[in-house]
Write a protein that binds this ligand. Sequence first.
Ligand SMILES: Cc1cc2nc3c(=O)[nH]c(=O)nc-3n(C[C@H](O)[C@H](O)[C@H](O)COP(=O)(O)OP(=O)(O)OC[C@H]3O[C@@H](n4cnc5c(N)ncnc54)[C@H](O)[C@@H]3O)c2cc1C
Length: 361
Amino acid sequence: MKSLRVAVIGGGVAGAELVRVAHPHGPLQFTLIEPKNRIELQALYPEYLGGLARMNELTAPLEPFCDRVGARHVNERALRLEDHKVICESSEIEFDLAVIATGASQNYFNLKGIENTFSINTLEETIRARQFVEDRNPERIMILGSGLTGVETACVLSEGLDASIYVVEARDRVLPQFSEATSELIEKALSKKGVNVLTSVMVAEVREDSVIFSDGSSLDCDMAIWTAGVKPSPFIEGLDLPKKNGWILVDEYLHAKDDIFAIGDCAWVEVGGKLATKTGLEAERQAKHLARNLHRQAEGRLLEKYTVRASSDSQVALISLGCDCAVGIYGKMCIGAPSRLIYSLKSWIDKSFIKRFRCSR
Ligand SMILES: Cc1cc2nc3c(=O)[nH]c(=O)nc-3n(C[C@H](O)[C@H](O)[C@H](O)COP(=O)(O)OP(=O)(O)OC[C@H]3O[C@@H](n4cnc5c(N)ncnc54)[C@H](O)[C@@H]3O)c2cc1C
């Protein structure tokens, strides 16, 4: 069996899960390149912001995890790829195979006044937002964007704070990427919680104390949280790889070009007409699939094709609505009225993900 040096760039949900699943089986030598010293779970950021989750529930230290599975951790940012080498800030990592898993960064779409917004796309930004909530006790909070993150954030904050919460959406319904029935259900749940929903409203500028809309109207607020959209990380922009809308275009084997694969949010994964959503669920599935395929490659066996589970036209999600309630979406089906059982399931899935990196393999 051939031994292969695999460089994994990015130790988030996809990169860390790939190393965890693949390594214990043998001939692959992993180097995980990740500038942070811990694995962080974005799915719990809204709860952290609302004071409902603790730091140790959403993070796990990377070094002990890498030691345990025998992977090398390079605690640096990857800058570019050059002829079977990852060029990092102060070292160069040679590889036989590389896996890019650098996630996505917040897209502000040239918004005016970004400096006046908060974001919960990274842990640092979420901590800053939480600190602001604790120190300033804002009375009116505007959540700009009503995707999964916007909706969950609105629910959590409406529960924990005595503040007026607004959700602002440019399209004509909340959760526009989901079915109309789901949007309707979520909109009802938001109103029941006293969250004000403004649809078909474009944000033109965020000022220190107000949000200005494209029709010239405005609303005062003490805190604006931007949750509307993601884009590829700067690392991806510089790579000479096939791309679609800026994301790394991969085939049905999650393969981009030569000896390079890509998984998770940074990849455009479209298989059999199904476009994978940028979710933890998909990132984790792609990681597990690629882990098995890397072993097949080392053993000289044929690779297996990936099948998308959560696609843009058939979403799969558990959406937390606060009050220990959540709804489950599976394609056009919305599972149950908001229920505690689904909330417990979501909470268990999220928390057990991080636990895997803390204890045994
Ligand atoms: C607030 C929020 C809530 C969410 N809730 C859910 C949810 O409930 N359910 C769900 O399924 N999904 C959810 N998601 C989406 C989910 O978190 C992502 O789809 C998932 O994290 C993608 O995994 P990833 O590994 O591709 O990216 P990430 O987990 O973001 O990891 C990328 C890693 O790459 C590293 N990196 C970046 N650039 C470089 C570089 N140049 N060199 C080295 N490393 C680099 C980063 O530091 C990071 O650790 C949520 C997202 C957010 C923001």
